[in-house]
Design a protein around this ligand. Structure first.
Ligand code: C5P
Length: 408
């Protein structure tokens, strides 16, 4: 099960209620559809004051439903409810939350919510005072006790001009919640996967550092693919921008240097089933970083003495001898020559179960770009060359390989 197929052909019911945040629901419907889901939208009457059914039909390519009952009105809610894999209500007003909490069924959306047997995700949107009100909070408690997942609300500026807690969670983040909910029963459910991502930075002085071109994109995509496979994910990331975008549901541990990364990785691996070392680790660090900024005058002919960093995968393998975890360790080999030989050598030296080799001299693979062309070399000697594909698809192939190890 992977990220691309996670949403493909899933029936998502999207309930839209009357909040100014309705316009963001169009974006959510579009994102879900682009990810392959079949999105059936139900708008309440007040939602239609803000947005039209036509807008949703245009982005989903499917009928959007309203309270205008037709000849098959008596079965629509049952049909929609029965076929849904997930019911999302975004934005969800205080009024609809109250109706849901009390089992009311006075419009197509709330009738369908009673008829549906699938999990329910709601994303509240209302003014801060309404959210904080004891009545709303009591409804939140009731719904949470019934296993309804409540995403947000977020803090920030609201349509009233006031700041507070009540904003609809952004569609991109809602997508993460949808994915988490759909992933729950997937092959890596119950497994803890640790992913390291991005480059490390080794200080020379308080201003300068030694690092590399790693963006962290591949590692973040691996974390998302592991979440999509149902795993609990710890994402240990260096300071690069892409590495800072933590997928919804992952626990992020921020690190700077290789020594930080080693400590964080060894700690996380105590309970990990799988370690994926996608981080581009600096092999050397300054022997004695300067406490103060090194001045230009001092810099003509400056040399910085470097000492070797520990190899983290080897430290992990040593810890595993005592603790038994992680069950599987996956490494990466970014090579500019002799890809296969180097990958095979590193697999052995680092006691890996799988190494993902990539040729960094290719223009369309490796650093900066969103695509990668990799070869998977496994401990049993098998070699699988994957075609040029997105880093997301590469991640899915790696996660599928891991899932197969547990299933077989
Ligand atoms: O030897 P090389 O740096 O090419 O090895 C790459 C693999 O080893 C990657 O998975 C990387 O995260 C890991 N590594 C490590 N500790 C280091 C250097 C690399 O765990 N000091």
């Amino acid at each position: 099960m992977n990220q691309i197929s996670l949403l493909r052909d899933k029936h998502i019911l999207l309930g839209v209620t009357g909040s100014i945040a309705c316009y963001k629901a169009i974006d959510l419907a579009s994102k879900l559809t682009q990810a392959g889901a079949l999105v059936d939208v139900i708008l309440t009457q007040s939602a239609q004051q803000f947005v039209t059914p036509l807008a949703f039909q245009a982005v989903t390519g499917r009928q959007a439903y309203t309270d205008l009952w037709g000849t098959d009105a008596h079965v629509i809610h049952i049909g929609l409810g029965e076929s849904a894999d997930l019911f999302v209500i975004a934005p969800c007003t205080a009024d609809t939350m109250a109706k849901l909490a009390h089992g009311r069924a006075d419009n197509l959306l709330t009738i369908t919510a009673l008829a549906a047997r699938c999990p329910l995700l709601i994303a509240p949107a209302m003014d801060g005072g309404m959210w904080a009100h004891a009545a709303t909070q009591a409804n939140v408690k009731t719904l949470a006790a019934r296993n309804v997942t409540i995403a947000g609300p977020a803090e920030g500026r609201m349509a009233s001009g006031l700041k507070g807690k009540g904003r609809l969670v952004e569609p991109a983040e809602l997508m993460g919640h949808v994915r988490l909910m759909l992933a729950q029963a997937n092959p890596l459910a119950g497994k803890h996967v640790v992913v390291t991502a991005g480059g490390t930075q080794e200080a020379i002085d308080p201003v300068r550092f030694i690092s590399n071109h790693s963006s962290g994109k591949q590692g973040v995509a691996l974390a998302q693919a592991a979440l999509d496979a149902g795993a609990t994910v710890t994402l240990i990331t260096g300071p690069t921008a892409a590495a800072r975008s933590t997928p919804v549901g992952a626990t992020r541990v921020a690190i700077t240097s290789t020594l930080d990364l080693e400590q964080a990785t060894l700690a996380a691996c105590q309970t990990a089933d799988v370690l994926i070392m996608a981080a581009a680790v600096a092999d050397y660090r300054a022997a004695a970083p300067a406490d103060q900024k090194i001045k230009r005058a001092q810099m003509s002919d400056l040399s910085v003495q470097l000492v070797e960093n520990p190899d983290i995968t080897i430290a992990v393998a040593n810890q595993k001898k005592q603790l038994g975890n992680p069950l599987l360790t996956i490494g990466f080999a970014a090579e500019s020559q002799n890809l296969l030989e180097n990958a095979q050598r590193k697999l052995k030296k680092k006691s890996l179960d799988l190494i993902v080799g990539n040729d960094i001299t290719a223009k369309d693979a490796g650093f900066f770009v969103d695509t990668n062309r990799v070869v998977l070399v496994a401990k049993d000697g098998s070699i699988e060359r994957l075609p040029l594909q997105s880093k997301v698809a590469v991640s899915e192939a790696v996660i599928d390989w891991i899932s197969n190890q547990f299933s077989g």
